[in-house]
Design a protein around this ligand. Structure first.
Ligand SMILES: [Zn+2]
Length: 331
């Protein structure tokens, strides 16, 4: 069984401002070095060129990231600016792009990069500098000639991504959030759901995926923004009641949904922040859930048994999701 590609470069952690978004890729890479996950091959991505970044961003914004001026725009991401920030952002976005390309070939690939979905054409926001999801979606829609689905399960709304893909007729977004940060009015080709009760979380993700399958076209690729900041112990975004088990089930659902429909999937780490009860180890272990679910779906039989009588082969996972939610409601 071929190992799936996972892109990481020490350029991901080049920025001087030390914060989860600029450091955790390194923490996860270190964790993989000491405790490997089978069937993952860590590879360095190619950096994006500035010309590629212009698919989603303005020349003026790239100049700002290069020079640090005006300072207000250069730090709109809430991260300090330094001379390494543009290089970091181009490598981080390169990780998303190369994961997309590898997924088209191998079915599943990922990147340890994060910090995409709040970045807009002219500025960063919410710890996001350049929007690697939008850039990769535009480039790979052109490369494949097909439709691209962005599945955004980060705690926060993906308003930056929406602003950058809404005009493209083959770019779609399913966005399930638990925090209203970066909220937006969804246009065509976008389903945005908001969850305020943890007991409804998996059900809402599942209903969104069902709607995507029923109403939207076939997809050439899914870009999955697998945020861990939904966890109840994450102070930036978390929703009380969402725990490791719910997130494990979410990751199984996301990857199995793609696999059963033959949709290649490229994943990124997205949100997840240390502080309080969310120690660095817990956060790394949460992100490892995505890697484990992705690799268990890269080949071989599904982890969750499917019902051979079912047309989609998916009903048992739906039942599992439903029974789990009901169990929590009763508890
Ligand atoms: Zn977030």
């Amino acid at each position: 069984m071929a190992a799936s590609a996972l892109y990481y470069s020490d350029k991901f952690v080049l920025a001087k401002d030390s914060f989860d978004t600029t450091r955790k890729a390194g923490w996860i890479a270190d964790s993989l070095a000491s405790h490997p996950i089978s069937n993952i091959r860590v590879l360095p991505p190619r950096a994006l060129t500035e010309a590629q970044a212009l698919r989603a961003h303005s020349p003026a914004y790239l100049a700002t990231l290069r020079t640090g001026e005006p300072r207000e725009t250069a730090t709109a991401s809430q991260l300090d600016w330094d001379a390494g920030v543009l290089t970091m952002a181009l490598h981080v976005c390169g990780g998303m792009m190369d994961a997309g390309i590898a997924a088209l070939k191998d079915g599943v690939a990922g990147t340890l990069a994060s910090g995409f979905h709040h970045a807009k054409r002219d500025r960063g926001a919410g710890f996001c500098t350049l929007n690697g999801l939008a850039i990769a979606a535009h480039a790979l829609a052109e490369q494949t000639g097909g439709h691209i689905l962005i599945l955004d399960l980060d705690a926060h709304c993906g308003g930056g991504t929406h602003s950058l893909i809404q005009a493209h007729p083959r770019l779609w977004q399913l966005d399930v959030s638990v925090s209203a940060f970066d909220d937006y009015q969804p246009g065509a080709r976008c389903l945005k759901e908001f969850v305020s009760d943890a007991r409804q979380y998996l059900r809402t993700v599942w209903r969104g995926l069902q709607m995507v399958e029923a109403e939207w076209p076939e997809f050439a690729l899914c870009l999955y923004n697998a945020g861990m900041d939904v966890h109840g112990d994450c102070k930036i975004g978390g929703l009380g009641g969402i725990d490791e088990l719910l997130i494990t089930l979410r990751e199984e659902m996301a990857f199995q949904w793609c696999k059963e429909r033959g949709i290649p999937v490229a994943y990124a780490m997205a949100g997840g922040y240390t502080g309080g009860r969310m120690t660095r180890k817990r956060l790394v272990d949460l992100h490892r859930l995505t890697l484990s679910a992705a690799t268990s779906k890269s080949d071989g039989p599904p982890v969750i048994a499917v019902n051979p009588e079912s047309k989609t082969g998916w009903s048992s996972t739906a039942e599992l999701t439903g029974s789990f939610a009901e169990a929590k409601e009763c508890s």
